[in-house]
Write a protein that binds this ligand. Structure first.
Ligand SMILES: C[S@@+](CC[C@H](N)C(=O)[O-])C[C@H]1O[C@@H](n2cnc3c(N)ncnc32)[C@H](O)[C@@H]1O
Length: 320
């Protein structure tokens, strides 16, 4: 539905200021917290917050709390998005270049911290995983969500020590585990060998650009990885791209929570995900979102959900 004159003026006013244009351009790259925006723009948080409030009130951007932080992203509303895309399209290419360079620095620092963390925790990861939630319950539910198989090809993105591969690999003709951490991959290699699985390929790679062929796996898993990532929607889209017609993508992660210490001590970027948020991402990526499986909370109240996206069997592949 098109906007009224008042709404159009409000949205144009909310766009019509240099810092706000810079913010839109940054949010077009990824969702960002007030703290991150303030750092990239080199402006105080209250100042950035004022701009953000104005743009959120006009419907240009969406605000979502995540634990003690507040994140922003571009609005999903089609008209607001059309305006943002048009404005960003007519801006000269070099406008905002310095902002995007600083954003890249912030990203690289974050990625380096996370990489160091995973290299360090790799030897203890199998014990650490079970400290969070009841592994047996989660794994039973993952097997149920995956279906009985057999699978032609299972892809486990952010495989870590390879637990999902050892859980599901026996039902697969072949499986691929991908991870950025060499230490994790070494442990995964030892674990899959111990489990007697020989049709497993372990690859060093990035979830944002897996280099795996489109629609090549009947089961794709992203287990306890999404909350570490700076651009979870891009990771879901890449994971969905791999799903073959009739196949499924399982995302296993936490529901929204307030355990800020996971951010400070364990490199979590997002404190869980809402069901609607993941369902939107799955649908935007061309999959049908099934009802999530909700596991019982642990003693502390941390809850794991399993979200399933299904690619229709009759799907016709879009030519890029
Ligand atoms: C918490 S561990 C989970 C491992 C495994 N899925 C499990 O549940 O045991 C997260 C894993 O994601 C990997 N990871 C983080 N960012 C990644 C990225 N951009 N691409 C690929 N793997 C990544 C880390 O190296 C780590 O092994």
């Amino acid at each position: 539905m098109n906007l009224s004159a008042d709404q159009t003026v409000e949205i144009l006013r909310a766009t019509g200021e240099p810092t706000r244009l810079r913010i839109l351009s940054l949010l077009a790259a990824e969702e960002l917290s007030v703290m991150e925006l303030s750092r990239v723009l080199d402006q105080s948080q209250p100042r950035v917050s004022r701009h953000l409030k104005l743009m959120a009130d006009a419907g240009l951007i969406e605000r979502f709390p995540d634990g003690a932080r507040v994140y922003y992203r571009l609005s999903h509303d089609a008209q607001a998005r059309r305006l943002t895309d048009t404005v960003l399209d007519i801006l000269a290419d070099d406008e905002g270049e310095a902002d995007h360079r600083r954003l890249e620095e912030v990203r690289s620092e974050r990625a380096a911290d996370a990489a160091r963390y995973f290299e360090q925790v790799a030897p203890q990861w199998d014990q650490m995983r079970s400290l969070y939630v009841c592994e047996t319950d989660v794994e039973k539910a993952v097997e149920q969500a995956a279906g009985p198989g057999p699978f032609d090809r299972v892809v486990d993105l952010g495989t870590g020590s390879g637990r999902m591969l050892t859980l599901l690999g026996k039902k697969a003709k072949m499986s691929v585990g991908l991870d950025l951490s060499q230490n994790m991959l070494n442990i995964a290699r030892a674990n899959v060998t111990k489990a007697g699985l020989d049709k497993v390929e372990l690859r060093h790679g990035d979830i944002f650009s897996t280099r795996l062929p489109a629609e090549s796996a009947d089961l794709v898993i992203v287990h306890q990885v999404l909350h570490y990532l700076n651009d979870p929607v891009a990771a879901v889209s890449e994971a969905a791209r791999l799903v073959a017609p009739g196949g499924r993508l399982l995302i296993v992660d936490f529901a929204p929570h307030n355990f800020e210490q996971l951010r400070e001590e364990h490199q979590h970027r997002r404190l869980g995900f809402a069901d609607e948020e993941i369902a939107d991402w799955l649908e935007q990526s061309g999959l049908q979102a099934a009802d999530p499986i909700i596991l019982p909370p642990d003693r502390e109240g941390l809850t794991v959900h399993i979200w399933t996206g299904i690619r229709a069997a009759e799907h016709v592949r879009k030519i890029a």
